[in-house]
Design a protein around this ligand. Structure first.
Ligand SMILES: C[S@@+](CC[C@H](N)C(=O)[O-])C[C@H]1O[C@@H](n2cnc3c(N)ncnc32)[C@H](O)[C@@H]1O
Length: 321
């Protein structure tokens, strides 16, 4: 582990043992099987993180706006539940838009943003550190899908937050494992603020993942640029098209890249053959009903829950203790 003191109130911990948290072999693994796939974590190089920020501003992408509405309406109650002098641990902090709202309301003594996108995490942490000069920030670059330990002992109450419906990127089995692992990180008196996208009509969901400006398509295609850098590969993103849609049976929006032609691409010295129309699965985004998410959290060992919704009931914020 590398620890770097960046400023008077900011330290940066890199929990990766290698140069990068993205392992090229992980990308290759999914491209060698019949139903090709790439883990959605590969979206997040610097360009991918910038594109995600643009997605949050799109009119069709209601998720961020709905979650901000819920936070804005319920910050007093949330900060009362969180209590004073806590440690706020944010999993997949990203643009830290909503973090600012929470930091102002909860006033934790320590903020720990965790993210896989190293340069982006450093950049957002630096700007938060200058904005909140009396807050101690310990930024941690880590892949939260792998087992890890927080790099210090904390004797204060830990409040985790996992926003933006990122839990939906896990299938149900992995979502449960993630919640179990998170509960261990938060300790017996800890709590978790979880933002979850609710099940709703296919029309609204399809529109949210197929915006008219084509930013989600660029975000999806950018995964190939990241794989090119990691694996010395030569994917041409313009030879693929973006496909996203809600599968009501699965309760999940699935994203794919569809090959426009038959192509052969070298990835880490292995030739990958892709036929015309063949799909590479890049993301799952599972949607939940309130009772589904509550019973998953109960299974993971959380007990009490408080929940809030936006006016349209599109998005839910759950506080599990
Ligand atoms: C969908 S964005 C959500 C960002 C933010 N929480 C929000 O609500 O706007 C997902 C974030 O999680 C990070 N991320 C994705 N996979 C990750 C992983 N396996 N480990 C750590 N961070 C990850 C990405 O870099 C990105 O910042």
């Amino acid at each position: 582990m590398n620890e770097e003191l960046i400023g008077p109130n900011l330290s940066f911990f890199d929990l990766s043992s290698r140069e990068s948290l993205f392992f090229p072999e992980d990308a290759l693994e999914g491209l060698l099987v019949n139903e090709k796939w790439l883990s959605s974590k590969f979206f997040y190089d610097q360009n991918g993180s910038d594109l995600f920020q643009k997605i949050t501003e799109l009119p069709e992408y209601y998720l961020t706006k709905a979650e901000i509405e819920i936070l804005g309406d319920n910050l007093d109650e949330i900060s009362e539940l969180a209590g004073e002098d806590s440690v706020l641990i944010e999993f997949g902090s990203g643009p830290s838009l909503k973090s600012r709202m929470l930091l102002k309301a909860i006033k934790p003594s320590i903020y720990m943003p965790l993210d896989i996108s190293k340069a982006y995490l450093l950049e957002t942490s630096k700007s938060l550190a200058s904005e909140f000069s009396s807050l101690e920030i310990k930024a941690i670059c880590v892949d939260y899908t792998r087992p890890f330990r927080l790099p210090f002992t904390l004797d204060k109450k830990r409040v985790g937050c996992f926003l933006g419906s990122s839990l939906g990127n896990f299938n149900k089995h992995n979502a449960l494992s993630f919640l179990r692992q998170t509960k261990k990180h938060l300790g017996d008196d800890g709590a978790l603020l979880l933002g979850v996208d609710m099940k709703k009509s296919k029309k609204i969901l399809d529109k949210a993942y197929n915006d008219s400006a084509g930013i989600t398509a660029r975000f999806n295609l950018n995964i190939l640029n990241h794989v090119n850098k990691l694996c010395a590969a030569k994917f041409d993103p313009s030879n693929f098209s973006h496909l996203a849609g809600y599968d009501e049976g699965l309760g999940c929006v699935q994203m794919h890249l569809v090959s426009e032609f038959e192509q052969k691409i070298k990835v880490l010295n292995t030739e990958i053959e892709i036929s015309k129309g063949e799909k590479i699965h890049t993301e799952d985004s599972y949607k939940y009903s309130p009772s589904e998410i509550e019973s998953l959290a109960l299974k993971a060992g959380f007990s009490r829950s408080v929940s809030w919704f936006d006016e349209k009931g599109y998005f839910g914020l759950f506080y599990f203790s």
